[in-house]
Write a protein that binds this ligand. Structure first.
Ligand code: FE2
Ligand code: FE2
Length: 215
């Protein structure tokens, strides 16, 4: 959602925000009520992994916790409901999201973080928006959430998880690059619709890595 959209929503048009809640503890309680148990476990894993990465890389720990707690807050909504929210609040749906609605929960989650959970912080809202695809020139918090979502303790499917987890605390950018590479390989092998942004993010970080002398 653009800044202009957000301003218009704030001005009214019968779209008042539902409530203002912003501390990690309050959000944790709300997520426990609202998410399915498995998703809640994943959410806690992402939140605390993100907090640990924030400690390691001198990022704001509370922002990392909040981004982790809310990153999948739209995932318990049906796809129909997510499309309805997009329609009602003028949130643009890309062609890739039309084809693979599982991608949609990131931007709907970012909207709900603002609208329902009272989060104003741009860095948190952006980190949630981009947590499935990444984006070129990611902020530190974007990277932390993206990596935490992949390596949190309950994850067990991805290849090379032990090495990836170790690398996350040694070299965040290299870890991010390897996750993007493995994710693209997985998506093309499983013939899942690839969001062009995932490819763009990978291409950007591959070029950055080559500039840094890595092959
Ligand atoms: Fe997600
Ligand atoms: Fe997630």
């Amino acid at each position: 959602m653009s800044r202009k959209d957000r301003k218009e929503l704030k001005k009214g048009k019968g779209q008042k925000r539902e409530k203002t809640v912003s501390t990690p503890m309050q959000l944790r309680r709300l997520m426990e009520k609202e998410l399915e148990p498995k998703r809640y476990q994943h959410t806690l894993g992402v939140a605390y992994t993100a907090a640990a990465l924030a400690m390691r890389y001198n990022a704001d720990m509370d922002k990392a916790l909040i981004a982790g707690l809310l990153h999948d807050c739209a995932k318990n909504l049906s796809v129909e409901k997510q499309f309805r929210i997009c329609g009602r609040h003028s949130i643009a749906v890309s062609a890739a999201e039309q084809k693979n609605p599982a991608l949609l929960h990131a931007k709907v989650g970012s909207f709900l973080a603002w609208h329902r959970y009272g989060i104003e912080d741009r860095e948190i809202l952006d980190a949630i928006s981009w947590h499935t695809t990444g984006r070129p020139e990611m902020r530190l918090l974007d990277k932390i959430l993206y990596v935490a979502d992949y390596i949190e303790p309950a994850r067990n499917q991805a290849p090379n998880l032990p090495q990836t987890r170790k690398l996350a605390f040694e070299d965040l950018d290299e870890c991010l690059f390897l996750i993007l590479r493995d994710t693209l390989a997985y998506l093309s092998a499983s013939k899942t619709e690839i969001d062009p942004m995932t490819q763009q993010t990978y291409d950007y970080y591959r070029a950055e890595r080559e500039k840094g002398g890595r092959q």
